[in-house]
Structure formats: structure tokens, C-alpha cells
Design a protein around this ligand. Sequence first.
Ligand code: PLP
Length: 384
Amino acid sequence: MNRRKVSKTTCVETKLAQSLHFFDKKSGGIIPSLDLSTTFKRNNQYEAFDKFIYSREGNQTTSEAEKIVQCLDGSEDALLFSSGMSALTTLLDTLQTGNHIIIQNSIYYAIANYFDEICSRRGIELSKVCVTDLYQVDKYIKSGKTKLIWIETPSNPYWINVDISKISEISSTFDCKLIVDATCSPGCTTQPLTLGADICFQSTTKYLNGHSDALGGALSTNKKDEFWKKIIISRNYNGSVMNPLNAWLLIRGLKTLFIRFKKSSESAMKLAKHLTCNSNVKKVLYPGLKSHPTFTIAEKQMRNGYGGMLSILLHGDVRKVQSVVKNTKVFIPATSLGSVESLIEHRKVVEGPDSTVDDTLIRLSIGLEDIDDLILDLDQALYC
Ligand code: PLP
């Protein structure tokens, strides 16, 4: 690929805005090309023409997107997957019967449910631990048996920040990988690998893509070791690689990640402060508010904005919550997060009947609309 050298000292924001100079080789177009081929012609020696043979094992566009994610995360290597969940399922292929894993007790519900399902099916011991209490992590970890600790920071939907470096001090003394789901605090604000994590997980469907038009997942590693090789093999076999079109859309989204995250964070902070004065609101949960129980960790770890995610607990009952989510005109009643459009959801309904989330919790994802439009919209819905 025709690549001009980008200086090592250039800021990550600059590198992302210019897609690491992955220019189109033939035309000189400044947007990376989209290569949809599933298979690649061999050369006269019957070897791979360039790097690729068959696109289930990788392709040019996805590989360029991976290099950009690697740059964002400051990692040794990065892999892209067809969704966040497929990144998780591929990673868990590496575990064996008899292994033990620790997961944070309050995380994105589909991941928690999947851990339950796969662990019981495969004979893996699972401990759900309050990881903000380091004593608990220390108590549950088992030498030689615990292979993985999974944390999410800030975590859905209460936005609890977990101290990555403190947990890594514990995990690194064992043969145990610390995996951080940083979907809601991407590389523009938190660097899990620099803080001691082994692998950074992200649903690229959210902030990294940012335009609600392409599912995806990413894993970034600080070491290309045996564990990482097993993940690559597993992705090759089960075909969970990200398709080129989604990778191309991801490259487009990553160009504006820093500025989108900054604007969403500023708007979310304004809205969070505004909502603390609303008599219909019992509690505002935003990682950047001093009143949030894990604010001091967020302050230390989220260096460039607290993100666009917040939740509110309402006074009243479920009917009040339903009325609010039905009466917004600017906020769109839909699930997901981290995109240009602001979304509102009654979390318990989205998670389903087994959800343990508070009945009156409303989750908000703040996008790029004018903040006064968002404030007015929520105010009128809260007073309907
Ligand atoms: N992790 C978090 C924190 C999420 O919010 C989600 C999806 O909402 C996922 C992982 C799963 O990602 P995907 O929907 O891309 O499979």
C-alpha cells in the first residue's frame, strides 16, 4: 500500500484523522480503498500475491483498520471482529474445562449472560466479583486456575469506573489475563494497556465507528504471545473477522473519534449537571460528576472526557419512565450508544425480564446534537 511516513511523534488524533496515510494505491485517493475480494490471485511462484490468500483470514481493508485501532490503543497488535460479541466468543474459545474466570459483577448484560451460558456448558468455574473492592479480587483469584479477569469501565448502566492499574497489580502476579471492556472509554480517553491490562476489548459498533451503521468488535494486545496466537487461530476457523465494508466504515468513523468523544463528553456533563436539579430525577449517574461513587477513579483514568453515557433514576414508577421515553422528540427511543444521534432507553425493558437493573433507570447516550435542544427535550418529557 502506498504509505507516506507518519512521524512517530505525531499525535494519535492526527494519525486517525489521516487514516495513517493508507492512500489508494492506484488513484492516489486520500481515502483508503475498499477491497471486497474474498480470494486473492497467487503470483507466478504460486505464492500469495501480496499478504492475503482468502479473506476469512484477513483482507487489505480490515488489516488497515486494525493498524489504526492498534495505533489508537498503543498496542502490539489488534484484531477486528464481526461484532463486539463475536470478539468475546472468539476470545473465550481459548479457555478449557477446569479453568476459572473472574468477571465484574455489574457489566453489559449480554456479556454477563454469555459468560453464564458458556461457563456452565464448558465446565468453567465462574466468579462474579465486586471488582471495586480489591480485597475481593485478591480473595477469589486462584493460582494456576484463574485464567482471565474481565472488567468493564465505566460499566453499563451504572457507569462504575474500575481501577485498571490496581487490578493489574493483582492479576499480573498470576498466569491470568486482565481483559478490559473499554467500549465506553475508548483510546482517546483511557489507555487500558498502558495501565497494565493485557487485552483491550471494544465494541467498535459504538464510539469507534460512531455512525450507527456498522457492527464490529476489536481486541488489542500488549503482547503477541501464545494466548494471542490462539485467538488468531480461532478467528480464522470460525470466520468471525470483520467484513471489509464495515472495516472501511470504521476507518471513516475513527477519523473523527477524538472530536466526537469530546463534544459528547461536554454535552453529557452539562446535561448531567442540569438533571441534578430536576425534581423528577432521584439520582444522576455520570462518571464525571463528583457525586458518582467512582469519580476519583474516573478522574485518574478518563483523561480526555468522561464520555457521553449517563443514567438517571426517576421518582415515581415504571409508568413515569415509560411516559418519559415515549415523549422525547429529539432523543431517539432506541438501544445502543456512542453514535452521533442521542438515544434514550428504559433499560429494564431492553434487558428483558431477568434484568436486575432498577425499574426506573433511564439510560441516555449523548450524541452531537445541540445541547440546548437535548436539555429542552428531556425537560419537557420529564414534566409530561
Ligand atoms: N460491550 C459493551 C459495553 C456494549 O455496550 C456492547 C453492546 O451494546 C457490547 C460489548 C457488545 O457489542 P456488539 O453489540 O458490537 O456485539
